[in-house]
Design a protein around this ligand. Structure first.
Ligand SMILES: Cc1ncc(COP(=O)(O)O)c(C=O)c1O
Length: 258
């Protein structure tokens, strides 16, 4: 087995990993007491998109697996970005997925297919998934063309390392700009969260100024800005993005000096 290169321990981002004590607290003191609802599923997300694409360590996954088994409860892995976690940790995706009873991952996002997600689990579970998919109107005929794109996405996923390197390049570039704050330690995959600390800007005016210059940045609540690297973004694009942010903040400073 390959060596795990990196991992995030519970606690870095407040919601990165649910503490086992909190999981335990979700269970009623007396499971026979009908006044309490009984938990029926633990769902973990890896990588954690709202925490900037950080990964959950294998050790943590192992502990939650053990907890789930002891409590006779299923463990689902929301692996929308599972392959980013795999590349960042330096372990095959199966080493991350093996702790869960069921797994979902996206073929789009970093893997670059135009559309599509895969759910994996036991035969009985997948039978149920097919039924729910149909009930929700998600059935699709002649999906082979899209499946072919999905195969390309899976076969070429090693290029995710390039996205991760680009995200780091972007984070480091942004960290060097006065008026921007970035938690470099949290940038381990393809997501960069940052804030504009220059008080002359609100996140709204900053995002609008960036959009005017062709740089798309999303706000994900409380003024946290998110930039994501993917197969359509080169290292030259990243350098241009850093330049644009620099230009915006410098221009404002120049206007104020007049
Ligand atoms: C963390 C996470 N989980 C699940 C999903 C759902 O993906 P899909 O709609 O392709 O099933 C997404 C999609 O944005 C996601 O970001």
């Amino acid at each position: 087995m390959q060596r795990e290169r990196t991992g995030v321990v519970p606690g870095r981002c407040r919601s990165t990993a649910i503490a086992l004590a909190d999981l335990e607290a979700g269970f009623p003191p007396d499971p026979e007491d009908p006044q309490f609802a009984l938990p029926s599923l633990i769902c973990l997300e890896n990588t954690q998109s709202r925490c900037g694409g950080v990964v959950l360590s294998l050790d943590y996954l192992r502990q939650v697996r053990q907890f789930a088994t002891e409590h006779n409860i299923s463990l689902h892995l929301d692996g929308a970005r599972l392959f980013n976690a795999s590349v960042a940790m330096g372990v095959p995706a199966v080493e991350i997925a093996r702790y869960a009873d069921s797994v979902q991952f996206c073929l789009s996002k970093g893997l670059g297919a135009p559309v599509g997600s895969v759910v994996a689990g036991t035969t009985g579970f997948i039978r149920g998934v097919r039924r729910v998919r149909k009930m929700l109107g998600g059935g699709m005929r002649q999906a082979g063309v899209l499946a072919a794109a999905g195969l390309v996405a899976l076969e070429e996923h090693p290029r995710l390392a390039e996205d991760h390197a680009n995200a780091r390049r972007l984070a480091e570039g942004l960290a060097g700009i006065e008026g921007i704050s970035v938690d470099l330690a949290a940038v381990v995959t393809n997501i960069v969260f940052f804030r504009v600390t220059d008080e002359r800007w609100t996140w709204q005016t900053f995002v609008a100024a960036a959009a005017e210059r062709g740089l798309a940045i999303a706000e994900l609540g409380h003024g946290r800005l998110r930039a994501v690297t993917h197969s359509g973004v080169t290292s030259a694009d990243v350098d241009r993005a850093v330049e644009i942010v620099n230009e915006i903040l410098r221009r404002q400073a120049a206007l104020l000096r007049r």
